[in-house]
Design a protein around this ligand. Structure first.
Ligand SMILES: Cc1cc2nc3c(=O)[nH]c(=O)nc-3n(C[C@H](O)[C@H](O)[C@H](O)COP(=O)(O)OP(=O)(O)OC[C@H]3O[C@@H](n4cnc5c(N)ncnc54)[C@H](O)[C@@H]3O)c2cc1C
Length: 567
């Protein structure tokens, strides 16, 4: 069944649910009004449906490969990249000064979500470039910006991010790659990086790597790390890709899914690089890229969830089995439960994602500390809940297909295999949850409290029109507020960390209830109200059990010793 980009859903979400009009009401984004956004999404949707979606299966069956050190991408991916680049979809939020469209992140996020649903393994390539573009815009010298940004934005060159090493995964501070000053303003970068997405390709003139490494006087840990831009080919005097740099792709990983995206082991042997940002300030610069990518990866989860749901829906409406009103499995209560839960959760996760993007845009446009805190707070939720939803929905998609879900030809399994990694890369979802209950609550829970106030105020106002939906949302928010206060009060961080994952999920559940309630109010008696009713009655109650888990602390966990656990 062909993929259809959710253009109408996005237009509705932006106009009626997450308050995009506040973004287009700012001076910075005044040109990106509702009509323009709708036209952009329609155009992007056409490219996703017609160009990218047909590549998805081929990427799975014909993975990228290494031939005598040269990378060969999956069939059609080069043309796919060309279409993405020519449409301007790489540099959507890039600065117009360097050829970008300067569009809000809310619009870029919508397009990234749609591209992910169409072909996740190819979409990861422009996503990496987008993160690099933002990092360079914020932290690179003017000379680097002038040379690299136009080429990255146009898609002539591509970008990657190189953090991970065998001994330095979640603990980036353990990295051992080194950088030595060459004495001419450049640095010699040496080390091995693993798991580098799109570490090379055969469709760009150059591949630009952002590499974390330590200078000779860099202290151990994250504080001693610096960031370097290390191109595959050194720019010549005209700024074109010139001679090869001292780096190579050593091998490609054999993965569970996402086969079209080459995951590379990279070797840097004194490769020439340029410092980005301050010496030893690499993590700050890299965080710009990582935050961009975290939102993007959340969008990958949502995009694949959408595609898996569409696929399952089409199958369920054709497959005849047993007695039901229509004769198809779609009318059996358990299948209906799966399909409706999938759709309701796609909406919830997408709304959280879009709300996070709106907060980022408002922070950028107004400089408001409150919007920035809101964006920072929502980012780990958007990443973790978006990707968990991608996994849960695609897993349910396999189940809806019955035995055929386990057979590769139907394509249901590919969604699940492809999306599984999104909960792992860009900071595992466990690390996202820890970030939420630790760093994002260093303000004493202020950002969380403001968000909860808003949700309660809205539910209070909605009581007059939809009391049976507004009431449970209000009550769930109160329970969440108590749990949030409990979290903030825990001085022993392991007590917070032990319950971080259920806490994040409960927060997402309540946010989902809030956004469903807004959607219901704009569609009285219609499909959106009915979906909201299902979400609030059947899915929102999960928050209560999750919050019990969240407040259990670490004592019970550690009471079982590792010896007892492994016996
Ligand atoms: C397909 C793919 C593409 C990737 N692309 C890139 C890329 O482009 N660039 C790049 O730099 N990296 C990339 N990565 C690497 C990815 O970001 C890491 O795999 C990820 O950060 C986890 O690190 P790790 O694999 O070493 O797992 P580990 O850090 O060993 O984690 C193992 C488990 O322990 C948990 N854990 C670890 N530390 C803690 C802690 N302090 N507290 C609680 N739990 C903890 C984790 O949550 C996880 O469940 C990619 C990985 C894959 C699989």
């Amino acid at each position: 069944m062909p993929y259809r980009s959710p253009v109408t859903d996005y237009t509705f979400l932006l106009s009626h649910v997450v308050g995009y009009d506040r973004v287009s009401g700012t001076e910075k984004y005044a040109e990106a009004g509702a009509d323009m956004v709708s036209a952009i999404l329609t155009e992007a949707g056409r490219m996703c449906d017609e160009v990218m979606a047909p590549l998805q299966r081929g990427g799975d069956l014909n993975p990228a490969r290494l031939e005598n050190g040269a990378l060969r991408s999956s069939p059609g991916f080069a043309e796919g990249w060309k279409a993405i680049a020519e449409g301007g979809w790489i540099g959507m939020s890039g600065s117009p000064e360097h050829g970008g469209m300067g569009l809000p992140m809310a619009v870029t996020t919508a397009v990234n979500d749609m591209m992910s649903g169409a072909c996740l393994s190819l979409q990861l390539a422009p996503l990496m470039s987008q993160g690099q573009i933002e990092a360079l815009e914020h932290h690179a010298s003017d000379a680097i910006k002038e040379l690299y940004l136009p080429k990255l934005i146009s898609g002539e060159w591509s970008g990657t991010m190189n953090l991970t090493e065998p001994q330095a995964g979640s603990d980036v501070g353990a990295l051992s790659s080194k950088a030595e000053p060459n004495g001419d303003g450049t640095y010699a970068v040496t080390g091995q990086k693993i798991f580098i997405s799109w570490g090379d390709n055969d469709f760009c003139d150059n591949v630009c790597h952002l590499v974390l490494a330590r200078l000779p006087d860099g202290v151990p840990g994250t504080k001693g790390i610096s960031l370097f831009l290390v191109p595959r080919n050194l720019p010549d005097e005209n700024g074109n890709a010139g001679v090869a740099n001292s780096l190579k792709v050593v091998s490609l990983e054999h993965k569970m899914g996402l086969h079209g995206s080459p995951t590379c082991v990279m070797q840097y042997d004194g490769a020439t690089g340029w410092l980005v940002g301050e010496e030893h300030g690499g993590m700050a610069a890299m965080f710009t890229m990582m935050n961009n990518a975290r939102l993007g990866v959340g969008g990958q989860g949502v995009g694949v969830a959408e595609a898996a749901w569409q696929h399952a829906m089409a199958y369920a409406m054709e497959r005849k089995q047993g007695k039901s009103a229509s004769g198809t499995i779609a009318d059996h209560a358990d299948v209906r439960r799966m399909l409706t839960s999938m759709k309701a959760d796609v909406f919830a996760a997408r709304a959280i994602l879009a709300a996070c993007a709106v907060a980022i845009d408002m922070g950028n446009a107004t400089g408001s500390a409150e919007w920035k805190a809101r964006a920072a707070f929502l980012t780990p939720i958007a990443k973790a809940f978006g990707t968990d939803t991608g996994i849960a929905v695609s897993e349910a998609g396999v189940q809806v297909h019955g035995g055929m879900g386990f057979i590769e030809e139907t394509g249901a399994a590919q969604f699940y295999r492809d999306v599984r990694v999104t909960a792992i890369y860009e900071g595992t979802n466990g690390i996202q949850a820890m970030d939420l209950v630790a760093r994002k609550m260093m303000d004493g829970g202020e950002a969380a409290a403001k968000l909860l106030d808003e949700i309660e105020d809205h539910a209070e106002r909605a009581r007059g029109r939809l009391p049976e939906l507004a009431g449970p949302v209000w009550e769930a928010t109160e329970t969440l507020r108590e749990a949030t206060e409990w979290m903030v009060a825990q001085g022993e961080m392991n007590d917070r960390f032990a319950g971080a994952v259920p806490f994040l999920r409960a927060f997402a559940r309540v946010l989902g209830g809030h956004f469903h309630l807004i959607a219901a109010l704009s569609d009285p008696g219609g499909a959106r109200e009915k979906l909201a009713r299902f979400y609030i009655n059947a899915l929102l109650p999960e928050h209560a059990g999750l919050l019990e888990q969240a407040r259990n602390g670490a004592a019970d966990l550690y009471a079982v010793s590792l010896e007892e656990l492994s016996a």
